[in-house]
Design a protein around this ligand. Structure first.
Ligand SMILES: Cc1cc2nc3c(=O)[nH]c(=O)nc-3n(C[C@H](O)[C@H](O)[C@H](O)COP(=O)(O)OP(=O)(O)OC[C@H]3O[C@@H](n4cnc5c(N)ncnc54)[C@H](O)[C@@H]3O)c2cc1C
Length: 398
């Protein structure tokens, strides 16, 4: 690869893969190194709102994504306190037309496979699996990136390094060591079940959000409607890093049992075929972005609570903005300023999303009189107005 036009991306998650495609679209050569031997997206479902799907569509991914994606007809919010539906935020085709891009829900693995297939078809991108970022040094030509596979080491001269290596980022640890993730005190339990086992038998055509005392539950269809994805958020002290620790079904069933939870929510919890637990760590508000000719993106920069369903969405937006900022750069000297521009453009928006996600969690978990007031306020506002409150997120364009 010609070093003067090469960018190294560390991490082939959703952020890194999107960044590689966006940078290649600006005529860079991209070397993407991923420490895992195989691309396997952990977890299950993902909501992709129009701000993120628009970027993916612009990168030419619609034909690969559409067959696996579902367009939910609505987000329906339920109160565990009353057991009933509070409000329905209409999505569907009409909302997609208005936003100019779809609202999709899909299996994370389907998104990752689509991104990887697009990337493998690109002549200017090389993906090295089993190679992990080890260290970076700056020099007059940009950066020298060292990667490791077992006992083998490789060195790549490049114009810039992009750290898309997740919440435990090794790039961030070397370059911005003061920025550390913190445990949020919350745990996500995740699982799926066959859509044929849906309680009541009726198909699930949208996203359900159940709000309860100190906990909430999200359910939506994935895998073109064949399976249902469930995420249950509860407080806890178990805080091991990682995405896929097994969860004990009895524990989660007891947390979503009557009298605090209605039978309908409990039946969905009971249908799950295997639980995984995920301790939720977050980066401080504002994130960590740039050091010389290296930039962070996605969870490495701003891992956030998932209660605005925007972690991957922000990683995808980061990738598009980063590529745009680097697009005109022709010399190594111009890279740091271009990366600063990227950070300046991204930081205010991402900080607002981080705060919104945290506030959403607090609202979802209210109890007693405060929950009653919340339920009344949501009913009074209605679905259209609640949806309109998301437009600053969904209407984003590059
Ligand atoms: C319960 C839950 C639900 C969520 N739901 C949504 C949702 O509906 N919508 C949404 O937009 N977001 C959602 N998110 C957030 C989303 O999952 C993350 O924000 C997103 O996956 C981050 O992508 P990333 O590429 O930045 O990091 P990651 O996906 O963590 O990818 C990092 C990659 O880097 C690799 N890596 C690590 N270290 C190295 C190294 N040294 N060298 C090379 N490679 C390395 C890793 O193996 C990994 O492949 C949710 C999160 C949770 C916890």
């Amino acid at each position: 690869m010609t070093p003067s036009r090469t960018i190294v991306v560390a991490g082939a998650g959703i952020g890194g893969l999107t960044a590689a495609l966006a940078l290649a679209a600006k005529n860079f050569n991209v070397l993407i190194v991923e420490k895992a031997q195989r691309l396997e997206e952990a977890g299950a479902g993902l909501q992709l709102s129009p701000n993120a799907s628009r970027v993916l569509v612009d990168l030419g991914l619609r034909p690969r994504l559409e067959p696996a994606a579902i367009t939910p007809d609505a987000v329906t919010i339920y109160s565990a306190r009353s057991g009933g539906e509070l409000v329905r935020l209409p999505l569907g085709e009409a909302a997609a037309l208005r936003a100019g891009a779809p609202y999709w829900v899909m299996h994370r693995a389907d998104l990752q496979s689509a991104l990887a297939a697009q990337l493998r078809a690109h002549p200017n991108i090389e993906l090295r699996l089993g190679w992990q970022f080890e260290e970076v040094d700056s020099d007059a030509n940009g950066v020298m990136v060292t990667t490791r596979n077992g006992l083998s080491r490789a060195h790549q001269q490049a114009l810039a390094l992009v750290g898309a290596d997740g919440i435990w980022s090794a790039v961030r640890r070397q370059l911005l060591p003061d920025a550390q993730p913190r445990f949020s005190g919350l745990i996500a339990w995740r699982g799926t079940f066959d859509a044929g086992r849906l309680p009541g038998g009726a198909p699930l055509t949208g996203v359900q959000l159940w709000m309860g005392r100190n906990a909430h539950l999200i359910a939506y269809p994935i895998s073109a409607g064949r399976r249902i994805n469930i995420v249950a958020i509860v407080p806890g002290t178990w805080n091991r890093p990682g995405w896929s620790a097994p969860g004990e079904p009895r524990e989660i069933k007891s947390l979503f049992a009557p009298p605090h939870w209605p039978a309908a929510a409990g039946r969905m919890i009971g249908a799950v075929e295997g639980w995984r637990r995920w301790a939720l760590f977050t980066m401080p508000d504002g994130g960590a972005w740039v050091h010389g000719a290296a930039a962070l993106l996605g969870d490495a920069a701003h891992g956030m609570l998932p209660f605005a369903a925007q972690g991957a969405g922000m990683a995808i937006e980061d990738a598009a903005v980063l590529a745009q900022c680097l697009g005109d750069v022709t010399t190594p000297e111009a890279v740091p300023a271009a990366l600063q521009r990227y950070a300046t453009l991204r930081q205010p928006r991402v900080t607002r999303v981080q705060r919104t996600a945290r506030q959403n969690g607090q609202i979802y978990h209210l109890a007693g009189a405060a929950a009653l007031a919340r339920d009344l306020a949501m009913r009074a506002l209605g679905g259209q107005r609640l949806l309109a409150r998301q437009s600053w997120i969904y209407d984003w364009r590059l």
